[in-house]
Write a new protein. Structure first.
Length: 414
């Protein structure tokens, strides 16, 4: 035997030990009690202020609030207007919100600095989770009835003489017809974009009136002299022209706008802060109704019939006539192929026909009263959606059952 070289790789032969080796695990350390968290500390109470003013310039109120709250404040030069306010023990953000409702301004806190600026339009993006799809539905229902009368004739023969009387004429007709046309359109994206544009157009009018006043404002005084009245008229005309120019500039530079991308479900709106509040409220209300969904569920069951029911399933056994629940099946089996019998009313509890006040129903080849065509249904008054699991259990009496599939479909409203 040639011994392997010194550099040869070989596996070491492991000789089995006579005694089994027991793994020794270290003894776990004793569990220490967990430290309890300290109780939460109460938040410091927010500083409150009281402001009671009547027809005071808003800048003076803002400076007073900044001084009392030890804040630095920057006020835009275009901020103007007078306010009347009665606020007792209110926080600083609450008072600023109430001031913003009376004067065209918005505020922003940056560290220890309070910025007061006009409510200029800003661009914000809204997510609309709705499929980009339009749906048009049209329906028509029509009914017509016609009644006509025909002529009469009579003949008498006796005693070698005959008499014939005939009355004829054009049959009189009385006809009537009724028709109903119904149509519905579901164009959510088109309606939403148009509604937002109309909403912003109306709120733009409020901003223009608030900032630049009404078009018909006039300062007239009957006691003025002719020269003073002329000077006042000239100044009023110049002021009106200036306001008209400002309104035109606002509509060109600061008017609200809507930018929509229906494919990705994104709408960008350029508007003021007050307008964005109304836009958000409108979108929440619309999507609250549009997002409603309906769950449609069906169950497909395979039944392997046993020896007692090789001919098929006796569907009448699934109906519980006493409780008016279960499956209901019926089919016309008349000898002359009669599908509808006016003398028969269908009883959904028994699945058979019952004679009505017009006469007795005609029996079919099996000696039973025919029903009005084929009728199938499922009744379960104790449940809002029906107890499908109970029906599958009832099918087991005819053989082995196997649920092949139970598809579910979630569909949007409309």
């Amino acid at each position: 035997k040639i011994p392997p070289s010194a550099g040869h790789i070989e596996s070491k032969v492991v000789t089995p030990s006579s005694e089994p080796v027991i793994a020794q695990a270290p003894i776990p350390k004793p569990v220490k009690s967990q430290t309890t968290l300290p109780p939460p500390k109460a938040l410091p109470k927010s500083q409150t202020y009281s402001v009671v003013v009547n027809e005071v310039p808003v800048k003076e109120i803002l400076f007073a609030l900044a001084r009392e709250s030890n804040l630095n404040i920057d006020i835009h030069p275009s901020i103007q207007g007078r306010v009347t306010l009665n606020a007792v023990d209110q926080t600083l953000p609450s008072i600023l919100e109430r001031l913003a409702k009376q004067v065209d301004l918005t505020y922003r806190m940056d560290g220890n600095v309070l910025y007061i600026t006009p409510d200029q339009p800003v661009l914000r993006t809204y997510k609309i989770d709705y499929v980009n799809m339009n749906r048009d539905t049209k329906g028509f229902i029509g009914a017509a009835a016609e009644i006509s009368s025909t002529g009469q004739s009579a003949s008498t023969n006796g005693g070698g003489s005959s008499t014939t009387t005939s009355t004829s004429g054009n049959g009189a007709k009385n006809s009537s017809s009724t028709s109903i046309d119904s149509s519905s359109k579901n164009h959510l994206w088109e309606s939403l974009i148009q509604n937002l544009k109309e909403l912003l157009a109306e709120t733009d009018k409020e901003v223009i009136v608030t900032r630049f006043g009404s078009v018909g404002e006039k300062n007239s005084n009957e006691n003025l002299s002719a020269e003073d009245a002329k000077a006042l008229a000239d100044s009023s005309k110049a002021e009106a022209d200036q306001r008209k120019e400002q309104r035109s500039e606002y509509k060109t530079l600061f008017a609200a706008n809507v930018i929509a991308n229906a494919e990705t479900g994104v709408i960008s709106v350029r508007a003021t802060s007050k307008q964005h509040e109304k836009v958000q409220e409108f979108i929440d209300r619309v999507m609250g109704s549009a997002r409603k969904q309906v769950l449609i569920e069906a169950t497909i069951v395979e039944v392997i019939l046993n020896d007692s029911f090789q001919a098929g399933i006796d569907w009448s056994r699934l109906n519980n006539g006493a409780n008016n629940s279960g499956f209901v099946f019926g089919q016309s089996l008349g000898t002359k192929g009669v599908i509808f019998n006016p003398n028969v009313n269908f009883n959904p509890n028994t699945g058979t026909g019952v004679a009505n006040q017009f006469g007795a129903g005609a029996a079919n080849a099996f000696g039973t009263t025919p029903t009005a065509g084929f009728v199938a249904g499922y009744i379960n008054p104790a449940s809002a959606i029906g107890n499908i699991a109970a029906s599958i259990t009832l099918l087991k009496q005819f053989g082995d059952t196997k649920v092949l599939s139970s598809p579910k479909l979630m569909v949007l409203n409309n």
